[in-house]
Design a protein around this ligand. Structure first.
Ligand code: XMP
Length: 321
């Protein structure tokens, strides 16, 4: 791979920040840039680096693709207001659900999300704002997995031979591309981002669409959003690397109130991992698993079956799609 990893052991966060701020400034010069904030540590770190370099010549958007966790757009925008960075929420729900309609193949879903983000949403924002640059938080693991053909991470463009200037009308700047998660967290801490930003588990760019097997519809996303909230509430205290809920495509026969109930299946995953490259399922106490099953089937009544993934990555991956 052309890009060289900068390992957390070799990283001097303050020096790194200074270098990246200079790089961004020298690329954008007197121009303007935009970036999309999702609230994850990668995009949050880039947002602060970009604002240090460009001030209000960087316009930050939260793209509400309809696939985010409950109340996330407003929560993240409010959090960044507290550090003096204004965030504009863009309602792009319809565009994303239209693009995902009828799509079931995992890589086709990822492609639909990528095209909607970069071509439709950012393409329009760039035109409207007059910016010529898009700043984004692509990390080393994203590139590695995409180049290896494991998963096409939604934010990989140039490394797949896409000329963004030609295809979308702007240049992409990726200050974190040499870093993995632990290193990015160290940079975020050095930037004095709110602690909850760099201690939160990773969340994928395609958001809850990475956790819906089969067609991604507003109803199916709403179901997995509710289950996700429960899983996050119950597993936050484990300190695990990542924990999530997945909606399966096939239904199963269940039983409620003495009657047949043909319902949905939700799979819970909880990962111990250093950097998402490999992972093992957390050995959760049985009582925790039982509580998850109880809450999910009660609070999300369309669900009649809850399972826990016991497979390592590899051969599993962290998300399902
Ligand atoms: P997988 O599922 O490939 O995930 O084992 C590895 C890590 O990457 C996150 N992930 C993504 N992050 N864009 C991202 O920014 C994506 O398209 C994407 N897909 C997965 C995942 O949550 C895990 O932390």
């Amino acid at each position: 791979m052309r890009i060289k990893e900068l390992k957390v052991e070799e990283l001097h966060p303050e020096e790194f920040i200074e270098r990246k701020v200079e790089e961004i400034t020298s690329i954008v010069r007197s121009g303007a840039a935009i970036n999309a904030l999702s609230g994850g540590v990668d995009s949050s770190t880039v947002t602060v680096l970009g604002h240090r370099a460009l001030g209000d010549r960087l316009k930050t958007y939260f793209i509400d693709n309809g696939l985010m966790r409950q109340d996330e757009p407003q929560r993240i925008a409010a959090l960044f207001e507290t550090v003096g960075i204004p965030v504009e929420i863009v309602d792009a729900k319809k565009q994303f659900f239209d693009a995902l309609k009828g799509v079931t193949d995992p890589e086709a879903k990822r492609e639909a999300i990528t095209q909607t983000f970069y071509k439709d949403v950012f393409g329009t924002l760039v035109k409207e704002s007059g910016a010529r640059y898009l700043l984004q938080g692509t990390n080393y693991t994203d590139v590695e997995e995409t180049v290896a053909g494991i998963k096409r991470q939604h934010n990989i463009l140039e490394q797949l031979g896409i000329d963004t200037q030609e295809a979308y009308g702007y240049t992409v700047i990726e200050p974190l591309i040499q870093l993995r998660k632990r290193a990015i967290r160290a940079v975020a801490r050095a930037l004095r981002l709110p602690e909850e930003v760099y201690t939160r588990p990773p969340f994928p760019g395609p958001a809850l669409a990475a956790r819906v097997i089969g067609e991604v519809t507003p109803e199916r996303v709403e179901l997995i959003r509710k289950a996700t909230k429960i899983v996050e509430e119950e597993l936050e205290s484990t300190g695990a690397f990542q924990y999530l809920a997945i909606l399966h495509e096939d239904k199963v026969t269940g039983l409620r109130g003495g009657k047949r109930d043909y319902g949905m299946q939700v799979e819970v995953r909880c990962w111990d991992s250093e950097d998402a490259r490999t992972g093992s399922p957390t050995k959760l106490p049985h009582e925790t698993l039982e509580r998850l099953a109880e809450r999910i089937t009660t609070e999300v009544p369309a669900v009649v079956s809850v399972t826990y993934n016991i497979t390592k990555k590899p051969p599993s991956t962290i998300e399902a799609v």
